[in-house]
Design a binder for this molecule. Structure first.
Ligand SMILES: Nc1ncnc2c1ncn2[C@@H]1O[C@H](COP(=O)(O)OP(=O)(O)OP(=O)(O)O)[C@@H](O)[C@H]1O
Ligand SMILES: [Mg+2]
Length: 328
């Protein structure tokens, strides 16, 4: 498990820990009464003003992890320490204040907007909910937020359907910024955008991070983008964190056989001669029936008897680099 007090002293500078996730497990009871384990004993840290990328195949539990942190659904067990208290056990007013400090930007912002509301009302709704704005201040605040995300202030009197996908995503970011959050969760926030618009939105996110010292939890399928955007990267497989890199590029430094396979399975525009996509073989076990050993054993070319029987713990193999694999 990642341990801040680990004896291995990092040679790079760590920022202050803003979110310390400890042994978070989330299980869902499905229709036939069985338990589906979407997140299995996850321990991770996010640092102030930095971006923690979370990658892994569809269904590995990325969204469940962040939805649980945001208390959209209750955790089964574990802790998430934020500003000295456990986010997962918050109640009442404390939870409300946490929601103010941890905001989310969705993949499809349109679905989160009321189509009958003007942009200025969409942008200032969170402030109204917290009683932080008077009606007379709405226009000026909306203009300020639009400017922050490089949209014309005149958009405040429009409806979201009259904006492009990229502009709507900026609107989603502006709305998330309205409450001056400490953490913004971006769950596939740029995935639906075309590449050039995605690049601009990512540049905007990076600029805002530097200006406001925001921490991002950044979920994306585009591994190249994650490598560029993120200061730390966690790799999830079947509800488990199998690799966690606190610094450096995951593409260059990854060690876990799953991460390596994931890297080979992605499309690149600059394939070298002879290089090609290598799709991963083998079946992913069901989250309804987790294997006793390594979750990746059924698809791993290095699988041994030990891997089938014993689950490897996440351990620090180099400074700031944790891997859950019996090879290390
Ligand atoms: N409310 C729920 N009830 C039952 N099972 C759920 C629920 N939400 C998620 N799951 C299951 O939990 C597992 C993890 O789902 P999750 O949405 O977190 O994956 P993900 O990594 O975000 O995938 P994607 O990349 O496709 O968005 C999946 O097996 C999913 O079917
Ligand atoms: Mg998801």
């Amino acid at each position: 498990m990642p341990n801040q007090n680990n004896a291995v002293k990092p040679t790079y500078e760590r920022s202050k820990v803003i979110l310390d996730i400890k042994h978070l497990t989330k299980q869902f009871k499905v229709d036939d009464g069985r338990l589906l384990t979407a997140c299995n004993d996850i321990s991770l840290r996010a640092y102030e003003g930095k971006t923690l990328g979370i990658i892994g195949e569809s269904g590995c539990g990325k969204s469940t992890l962040v939805r649980t942190l945001l208390q959209i659904q209750p955790a089964t067990s574990g802790e998430a320490i934020f500003e000295g208290h456990d986010l997962l056990k918050d109640r009442g007013e404390e939870s409300r204040q946490d929601r103010r400090k941890i905001q989310m930007v969705f993949q499809d912002p349109t679905a989160a907007f009321n189509p009958k509301m003007l942009v200025k009302d969409i942008l200032t709704e969170p402030l109204k909910n917290f009683g932080l704005i008077k009606n007379s201040e709405v226009d000026a605040k909306a203009a300020e937020l639009l400017e922050m995300v490089e949209l014309p202030a005149s958009f405040k009197d429009r409806y979201p359907h009259s904006m492009s996908g990229g502009q709507r995503q900026r609107l989603g970011i502006a709305r998330a910024l309205s409450l001056e959050p400490k953490i913004i969760v971006c769950d596939e926030a740029t995935s639906a955008l075309d590449v050039s618009v995605q690049e601009k939105v990512c540049e905007l996110l990076c600029r805002l991070q530097k200006e406001k010292n925001i921490t991002y939890l950044f979920i994306a399928h585009d591994l190249g983008l994650v490598d560029l955007m993120c200061h730390q990267v966690a790799v999830m497989y079947l509800g488990n964190v199998v690799e966690w890199l606190e610094h450096g590029r995951i593409a260059e430094s990854c060690k876990h056989p799953y991460t390596k396979a994931l890297m080979k399975a992605v499309f690149k525009v600059d394939f070298r001669p002879g290089e090609k996509i290598e799709p991963m073989e083998g079946e992913i076990p069901s989250p309804l029936d987790l294997p006793p050993g390594c979750p990746f054993a059924s698809r791993c070319e290095h699988c041994s008897e030990n891997c089938l029987k014993n689950k490897p713990a996440l351990k620090e193999i180099e400074q700031g680099h944790w891997v859950a694999c019996h090879l290390f």
